[in-house]
Design a protein around this ligand. Structure first.
Ligand code: PEP
Ligand code: MG
Length: 938
């Protein structure tokens, strides 16, 4: 039988001259950059020809022990030949040499986290031809010294796994040599150096490479090409990239593509330039073309903050760059061409794009386009504008704001009144909106340390680079003295929605001395000094300015109401006071999913109820306890009634007392003496009674329903307080819907026992108040794995379940919720767990318990209402999981309610798209209402 020849996997995809083997839909295989380069070619936009080596090749490279697959070589050579043909030049040719770039490009953009090598192919065989072809020796030597700098750093040092000591890396050594060289020539900028200078510099660099890396700089064009491809693959596992992936939750398995593309040069003289732009303002979201450019420069110069970039147009002018000529002024025709491409791209992609371009001797080339990162404010404004412009529909608009970005919109801004009275010490560019206030730190390490110690800090740097990422994450705000709106700091902060000011040129930062001098004044900022940033305006103040929150924005309200139109799951809040209830309703909560009774014993106004609770706890017999409970019930009823009233008929789930009693035993002598006097016993006796309550493992001790089993009178008092509060509201013509929730249950007999008590009290209260019925429900928390396993039995007694995922996670994992901080870092670093299960539901394990409990519960009670009230209820991924698991609602802290609403709407849209529901489901609010009616008052 003839053996079939196995075809080698296709690793290489070409693009150029209006044709491409890929398109924008192939991001997983070609990376975001490769897919969009192909798409731009197909749109007829001028893109230098090239080819993309796929992410699959990267995965195979790692699977093969960091060796390029054998099949790659022939495919690269064939694609290179196509590129040469399109560009009319030849790679390595002495007369018409083609130079190329090797750029990284993952599925999801990871700005600055992986490596790139430009000008690849310059060597002693091609340099003379390049000089003859361009007639510009200065340009050629400048390109060559850049190649040596990048290649030595990326390919010969980083990719080889060399880790020189801080400040001893080859790039740093060359940067210092360059600075010293410029100084010796009296040159202010790189552009002041002559061809001869740059040639000498390149020779010096090659010697530095030999000295420090103990290898010669490769003088062979093919060696450079293969070195460049492998180095980009290696950079996927570089320290910066790995730490960024961890923060952003990007899987390690994705790998990066390599884009090998013909070089075009922005550094060929005054008719050449390079720039980056956003099709709309990425900070505020205005529909204005927004970008920066540099004449006679290569791409990295714009982002690196080496020279202050110029604005592309009037809309981009600001305090720092208004004196610099715009592209619109200097190259009006090319600007118009770029503006037309902007419009074409936005119409095609129907989104705001981040674009990179180069002008080589007057000819415009597009090097990249991708969906642009934006602040939460900009995301909301763009979504609403594009909806108005009919560029996108309502459903798309809802998906355009990431749920976690809303956090930023709900974040405080500097109180304008206070700001009017304060004078900024320095101004910069508004790179990330909102306000931040904290103590100054000058290094990323110090920011991380401050964060660990629980101190809010502002990270002040001359400029940031990818090494600073963890510190930037740890700081509440970022301030840099250099760099523009597209600098590293601005891009990263914008992606995270973090308050950030860049290019505050009036600051002279001394990172070693940890001080910053403010130009034109005698102000010197020191480490630990408190400053306030207004990231929306770019103003820096000393001290701490008052802040206000920004929820009154009508666009925000409109956007949220559009989102609610798609949502099928309810959203409630965890709230324990009328004030919290008010906040929750302002944020759109449809009820309270968890009212923790014990919170009335903490904080302001808690002295008297706490004293009575302590009296109750330390009572020796039931008569003494009953007396204390009677006094206490007045306060319990008062607080419950106030919250029921604040919710005006919306459901309020009131959980009966949960925490272990010993938490409330007074420890100080003064409080013990007070209690001893009230109980008519000695202080020693108070201490002894308190000691008796001591438990070795209180989280698994005498808490929750167990208290009610031992002391039924405690349950009776609380339930009476609830029904009396409700009866009074109803009699006064008001509405209320209490839901009694029994915590920490593990067996249906606990529910039966407590229900009998509830019913007895219910009948007594109805009779005493002359009311026929009080609308209410009876249910339980599911927070012990056994309760989840036996959910069908629990549902025989419970009309609703609420998953207490804080305890369910604690008991499911056997991780103490209070002590996980001691080892969680190791679990995340060593990839034992991918996320903190107390922040985001562990869908594999705890999630299985949840899904099973929902199914078992509804198998005996079809109208069973099911919610979640653990911390994870406000986490977007957990909200999506709850939606997919058929929960009736999620409940979270009031400030996270809008996030949960949006995440629930997006989950509904995603399942609609996946065709799971076969169209829109009825709103959950109504489903909840029906379930409530069916089961109420039993
Ligand atoms: C829970 O366990 O998830 C819960 C909401 O209750 P608590 O945090 O009060 O134990
Ligand atoms: Mg709990």
């Amino acid at each position: 039988m003839a053996r079939k020849q196995l075809r080698a996997r296709k690793y290489v995809y070409s693009f150029g001259a209006g044709k491409a083997e890929g398109d924008a839909g192939m991001k997983n295989l070609l990376g975001g950059k490769g897919a969009n380069l192909a798409e731009m070619c197909l749109l007829g936009i001028p893109v230098p020809a090239g080819f993309t080596v796929s992410t699959e090749c990267c995965t195979d490279y790692y699977a093969g022990g960091c060796r390029l697959p054998a099949a790659l070589s022939a495919q690269v050579l064939a694609a290179l030949a196509r590129t040469e043909k399109t560009m009319g030049m030849k790679y390595g040719d002495p007369e018409k040499p083609l130079l190329i770039s090797c750029r990284s490009g993952a599925r999801k953009s990871m700005p600055g986290m992986m490596d790139t090598v430009l000008n690849v192919g310059l060597c002693s065989a091609t340099i003379p031809g390049m000089i003859a072809k361009t007639g510009n020796p200065r340009f050629v030597w400048d390109s060559y010294r850049r190649l040596i700098m990048m290649y030595a750093d990326v390919v010969m040092e980083k990719a080889e796994g060399l880790e020189p000591a801080e400040g001893k890396g080859i790039r740093k050594i060359m940067d210092e040599t360059l600075d010293a060289f410029k100084h010796s020539r009296g040159a202010k900028s790189d552009t002041d150096l002559s061809a001869e200078d740059l040639k000498a510099l390149a020779e010096g660099f090659k010697q530095l490479v030999e000295k420090h890396l103990r290898k010669p700089f490769p003088d062979d064009h093919m060696a450079q090409l293969w070195g460049g491809i492998a180095a980009v693959f290696k950079s996927w596992n570089g320290r910066k990239a790995v730490s960024y992936r961890r923060i952003e939750g990007i899987p390690d398995e994705w790998g990066t593509a390599v884009n090998v593309q013909a070089m075009v040069f922005g550094n060929m003289g005054d008719h050449s330039a390079t720039g980056v732009a956003f099709t709309r303002d990425p900070a505020a979201g205005d529909n204005k073309f927004y970008g920066e450019w540099l004449v006679n420069a290569q791409g990295e110069d714009v982002v690196a903050g080496i020279r202050t970039p110029s604005p592309i147009n009037d809309d981009t002018k600001n305090e720092q760059n208004k004196h610099l000529p715009s592209m619109h002024e200097l190259m009006p025709a090319t600007y118009r061409e770029l503006d037309a491409i902007r419009t074409k791209l936005e119409r095609h992609f129907r989104d705001m794009l981040d674009i990179e371009f180069t002008i080589q001797e007057g000819k415009l080339w597009m090097l990249q386009c991708r969906v642009g990162k934006r602040t939460g404010t900009a995301a909301l404004n763009m979504a609403m504008d594009m909806l108005g412009e009919r560029l996108i529909d309502r459903k798309t608009a809802v998906t355009r704001v990431a749920a976690h970005q809303l956090d930023e919109l709900l974040h405080p801004v500097v109180d304008p009144k206070a700001e009017r009275e304060a004078a900024p010490i320095v101004k910069g560019l508004p790179a990330g909106p909102g306000a931040a206030c904290g103590g100054l730190v000058f290094t990323a390490e110090d920011a991380v340390a401050a964060h660990r110690a629980g101190r809010k800090c502002i990270l002040l740097r001359e400029e940031t680079n990818p090494e600073d990422v963890e510190g930037m994450r740890a700081a509440v705000g970022i301030l840099t003295a250099r760099g523009g709106m597209t600098s590293h700091a601005a891009l990263v902060a914008r992606g995270w929605g973090k308050c950030c000011i860049v290019g505050a040129g009036g600051l002279h930062v001394d990172a070693v001395g940890r001080t910053a001098r403010v130009a034109g004044s005698d102000v010197v900022l020191k480490e630990g000094d408190t400053v306030t940033l207004n990231g929306t305006r770019g103003y820096v103040y000393t001290g701490s300015l008052p802040m206000i929150d920004s929820t009154e924005n009508p666009r925000f309200q409109k956007f949220m109401s559009i989102a609610d139109g798609f949502r099928t799951m309810g959203v409630r809040a965890n709230a324990d006071t009328p004030a919290d209830a008010g906040t929750a309703r302002a944020f759109g909560a449809e009820g309270i999913g968890l009212f923790r009774t014990e919170h009335m014993f903490y904080g302001e106004g808690s002295d008297q109820p706490l004293f009575l609770l302590r009296k109750m706890i330390l009572s020796s017999g039931s008569a003494e306890r009953a007396g204390a409970l009677r006094e206490l019930s007045v306060f319990v009823k008062r607080d419950i009634k106030a919250t029921l009233q604040a919710m005006e008929g919306l459901p309020v789930t009131i959980r009966l007392l949960d925490p272990p009693l010993h938490e409330f035993v007074p420890q100080g002598a003064e409080k013990q003496a007070e209690l001893a006097a009230a109980l008519g016993i000695t202080q020693e006796e108070v201490r002894k009674r308190g000691e008796k309550l001591h438990e070795n493992n209180p989280m698994m001790g005498h808490r929750g329903v167990r208290l009610g089993i031992t002391y039924p009178e405690i349950t009776a008092m609380q339930v009476r307080a609830i029904f009396e509060a409700a009866a009074e509201i109803v009699k006064a013509g008001g509405k209320c819907r209490p839901e009694i929730m029994i915590p920490v249950t593990c067996d249906v007999n606990e529910l039966k026992h407590q229900k009998a008590l509830c019913l007895k009290v219910y009948e007594e209260v109805c009779k005493a108040n002359g009311v026929k019925k009080i609308d209410h429900m009876y249910g339980t928390m599911i927070e012990i794995p056994r309760a989840a396993l036996l959910a069908n039995r629990m549902a025989e007694e419970a009309q609703f379940f609420s998953f207490g995922t804080n305890d369910l996670t604690q008991m499911g994992f056997g991780f103490s919720r209070d002590d996980i901080g001691g080892f969680l870092g190791d679990y995340l670093d060593k990839k034992i767990l991918s996320a903190d299960p107390f922040q985001t539901i562990d869908q594999d394990g705890v999630g299985q318990l949840i899904r099973m409990a929902v199914e078992k519960g509804r198998s005996v009670r079809s109208g069973l209402k099911v919610g979640i009230c653990g911390e994870q209820g406000g986490d977007p991924a957990s909200v999506q999981f709850c939606h997919n698991s058929g929960l009736s609602y999620v409940s979270c802290s009031p400030y996270r309610v809008p996030i949960a609403r949006l995440a629930a709407a997006q989950a509904a849209i995603a399942s609609m798209e996946a065709g799971k529901n076969g169209g829109r489901r009825k709103p959950a609010k109504r489903a909840v209402g029906k379930a409530a009616k069916k089961t109420a008052g039993r």
